[in-house]
Design a protein around this ligand. Sequence first.
Ligand SMILES: Cc1cc2nc3c(=O)[nH]c(=O)nc-3n(C[C@H](O)[C@H](O)[C@H](O)COP(=O)(O)OP(=O)(O)OC[C@H]3O[C@@H](n4cnc5c(N)ncnc54)[C@H](O)[C@@H]3O)c2cc1C
Length: 434
Amino acid sequence: MIDANYDAAVIGAGPAGLAAALASDSAGAKTLLVEREASLGGILKQCIHDGFGLVRFGEKLSGPEYAHRFINKIRSSGVAVSALTYVTKIKNLHTGFELTLVNRDGVFKTTCKSLVLACGCRERTSRQTGIHGRHSAGVFTAGTAQYYTNILGKMPAKRCVILGSGDIGLIMARRLTLEGADVAGVYEAKPSVSGLMRNVYQCLEDYNIPLHTSRTVTRIFGEGRLNAVEISSVDENMAPIPGTEKIIECDALILSVGLIPENELAESIGIPLDNRTKGPVADQDCMTMIHGAFCCGNALHVSDLVDYVSESGETAGRAAARWADSGCVRGSQDQDNYAQIKADNSLMYVVPQIINLERIYNPGTDVKIVFYFRSKDEMGKTLLTVTLDGKEIFKRIYPRLRPPEMERLELDFKNLNIKGSSIVEFSLSSTEAV
Ligand SMILES: Cc1cc2nc3c(=O)[nH]c(=O)nc-3n(C[C@H](O)[C@H](O)[C@H](O)COP(=O)(O)OP(=O)(O)OC[C@H]3O[C@@H](n4cnc5c(N)ncnc54)[C@H](O)[C@@H]3O)c2cc1C
C-alpha cells in the first residue's frame, strides 16, 4: 500500500538506495523505497563472487551477503518498501516532487518532499562499440552473461571471447571457466587493463586466461548464432591496423566495455549532468542542482567498491531527511552560494563538483567533505595537490594511481575562509617533476 505522501522517496534498492532509505528513516523521515525488480539488492543479487565489504565490514562477503546486511535492517525499520514497482515519471512541484509509480496493481501517484535517485548504471552495449557485421545471437554484455549463469543457471557460451577488461568481464572470464566454458581470451583496446589489478591476478592469471591489450574485435561472423570473431591490433588512436586481423572461432562474444550512470529520470526534471562522470553535478550532500533532489551510488558516478556506494547512499539519505525536515526551503542557486571544484586534465573527475557554503557555515553541520577522484592515466609515484583560490591547502603522495581505482579523500574546510566564487582545484603531478 503506497501512501499519498512521504517526506523522502528513494528510487532504486541496490546498495546505494538501501543505505539511503535506512539513513533517511533513522533521521526520522517518513521514507518510501521503490524498486522495479521483485527483490531488493540491485546488481549485488547476481554477484556471487566474494570481495564485497572489505572497507565497511573488514570481511570478504559475496554480493548477496553484503546486500542482506542492509535488507535485514530495512525489514526492521520504518521504511515503506514497494518492490516490482517502476517509477516512470517525476514531476518537480517546486515544494517537492510527484512520482508516477506503475506496478501489478495499477498506476499510482505519490508525493515526497525530497527525492533520492539511486538507479545505478547500465552497461555499454554492442551498438555503442562500433563492431561491424551482422549482430547475430551470442553477443552478451558481461552483466547479462552473469545473470544467465548465476541467476538463471544457464550457460551463455561454450567457447567465448571477452571484449574489454572491465571488472565484470574479468569476473565472468573466471566464472565461465569454472562452469566449464573455454575462454579464448580477454581483448582490450587500450594499452592497459580497465579493471582492478586484484581481478587480473585472481580471475585471469590464476586460471591461465590470456589478456591481450591494444586489440579489439573488428567483425562478427555467423548466421543466426555467432560462430567466430575477427580480432585486430589497434594503434595509439585505437584505430584497427590493417593486416593484423585474426579469426577466432567461438559461440559468444562477451562485452565488458564500460558502465554509464542511469539518469533518464534525473534528466527528465532538468537535473544538470557532469560530462565527465555522466551523473548529476552534486554538492557534498549529494544534492543535485535541483534542490531537494539527491543522487547517490553508481547513478552519481561509477564506483569501484560497493563500500563507497553505501557511503554515498547514507550521505544522500541523511541529507534528504534533513531537507524534508527543514521545510524544503530552496536556497538560491546563485553562484555565490557555491564554491566550484575544478579537476585539472590529469584527473578523470572529482566528486562532488560543488560545495554548498550554507552547509559549511551553518552551525552544527559537517565541515569535513568526502571527495572521490580518479586519475586520467596510469601514474607511478604521484603528488596530489589541492588549492583553494590558488593557495595550497592539502597535498599527498600516492605510490601509484590507476583510472580503474577510485580514491577517497576527506578534507576539512573549517577556518579556510572558503567563499562563493572560490575555486578548489585538484591536480596530479609525477613526483619526478616536483
Ligand atoms: C558484475 C559486478 C561485479 C562487482 N564486483 C564488486 C566487488 O567484487 N567488490 C565491490 O566492492 N564492488 C563490486 N562491484 C560494484 C558494486 O556492486 C556496485 O558499484 C554497486 O552494486 C552499485 O550500487 P547501486 O545501488 O548504485 O546500483 P544497483 O545495484 O545497480 O541498483 C540500482 C537499482 O535501481 C533500480 N532502478 C533503476 N531505475 C529504477 C526505476 N525507474 N524505478 C524503480 N527502480 C529502479 C534497479 O532495478 C536496481 O535494483 C561490482 C559490480 C558489478 C556490476
